[in-house]
Design a protein around this ligand. Structure first.
Ligand code: 13P
Length: 349
């Protein structure tokens, strides 16, 4: 049997996908490029029962070698691998938070800088198309344009990568982003980072080879270098004053009578009133708290207390970050993937 290591990797990655909580049951599927085609998981087979010879080999012309039918999603796996020479691995999962957003037809906007791990300023959601169809493949390819991930309407997530490890890393990061976004939406649509801010993040990730193992031979950005100013993205000299607009409609100004209450005095740096985000403020006189002891007041005060310490820390660490050299990123998700694969392997021995 050919491609022994790739087959093994396919099974281990599927098991890791389920053990990490990224996927469940026999949902999801995985493929890896080979010469003239791909290796792909068989349809509907539990991953922990899969053996190397259960993996299906499929040529790009659709010819199948193996004892099982390929994943019902072989069309988008084949079409992506045929059209995207930058990709070796196609990972598909029904991860809970990505799928939650996809049931609303929502992608992941630039509410957090890490959306850049999918190669752009957002992660799109393809419109719904029935699983296993050519139509799904077409809409998925469109949503993946210039990206390494997309959501599938009412369905799940597709992640593209060069290696199994990178695919798992990216999928975990994106599922985490989706989880954060769903939580953020409970308060209201969060402000998005601007195109310029995202361009800076993308350039920063490119320069640091962000998400790759810390191989200093490969990475130009070593800890010895000062934080370099990108040639293509001008440094934002007004970084302390982001261009983002926070909703102002429900911002309430009150005068704090008792400066003795230190929690109230310092906060809120960021909080919400009745579901709307409130602009960051450090002034002791512009605390967002209604006067009456209504539920609103209580929740605002609770937020204020909580926000004080972390917010101050953030400001301090921001200042530090501009003067210190940046370490090479390693990606905690990649580390946990390694341990997951390690534990999956040891159980299989
Ligand atoms: P398969 O078992 O056929 O790969 O289907 C799982 C799935 O997630 C379909 O989208």
């Amino acid at each position: 049997m050919s491609h022994k290591k790739l087959r093994q990797g396919l099974i281990e990655t599927c098991i890791a996908m389920n053990e990490s909580g990224l996927n469940q049951g026999t949902s999801g599927n995985l493929s890896h490029r080979i010469e003239g085609g791909m290796l792909i998981t068989p349809t509907s087979m539990p991953y922990d029962q899969m053996k190397n010879d259960d993996i299906v080999e499929m040529a790009f012309d659709g010819t199948v070698t193996g004892k099982h039918r390929p994943s019902s999603e072989w069309r988008f796996h084949r079409d992506i691998l045929r059209k995207r020479s930058d990709v070796n691995v196609v990972l598909h999962t029904h991860s809970v938070y990505c799928t939650t957003l996809a049931t609303h037809g929502r992608g992941i906007p630039s509410f957090h800088y890490m959306v850049a791990v999918a190669g752009g300023t957002d992660i799109r959601c393809a419109p719904y198309a029935c699983f296993g169809t050519q139509e799904l493949s077409t809409v998925a390819l469109e949503a993946l344009k210039d990206r390494t991930a997309c959501l599938l309407g009412h369905h799940g997530l597709i992640v593209l990568a060069e290696t199994y490890e990178k695919a798992m890393w990216r999928a975990i990061e994106i599922e985490t982003l989706a989880k954060m976004y769903v939580h953020a939406l409970a308060i209201g649509e969060p402000p998005h980072l601007s195109e310029k801010e995202m361009a800076q993040v993308i350039e920063q990730m490119r320069r640091m080879a962000y998400g790759d193992a810390p191989d200093l031979d490969k990475v130009k950005d070593t800890p010895k270098l000062p934080v370099a100013r990108s040639a293509s993205v001008a440094p934002d000299t007004k970084a302390e004053k982001p261009a983002r607009q926070y909703p102002k409609a429900l911002k309430v100004k009150v005068t704090v009578k008792s400066p003795a209450n230190s929690a109230t005095k310092l906060a809120p740096v960021q909080g919400t009133v009745a579901g709307k985000a409130v602009a960051p403020k450090e002034s002791a006189k512009t605390v967002a708290a209604p006067k009456a002891a209504s539920p609103k007041t209580r929740s605002t005060k609770a937020l204020a207390t909580k926000a004080t310490t972390p917010a101050k820390k953030t400001i301090a660490s921001k200042k530090k970050a501009t003067t210190e050299a940046a370490p090479v990123a390693t990606g905690s998700a990649a580390t946990s993937f390694k341990s997951l694969v390690g534990s999956a392997l040891s159980r299989r021995k």
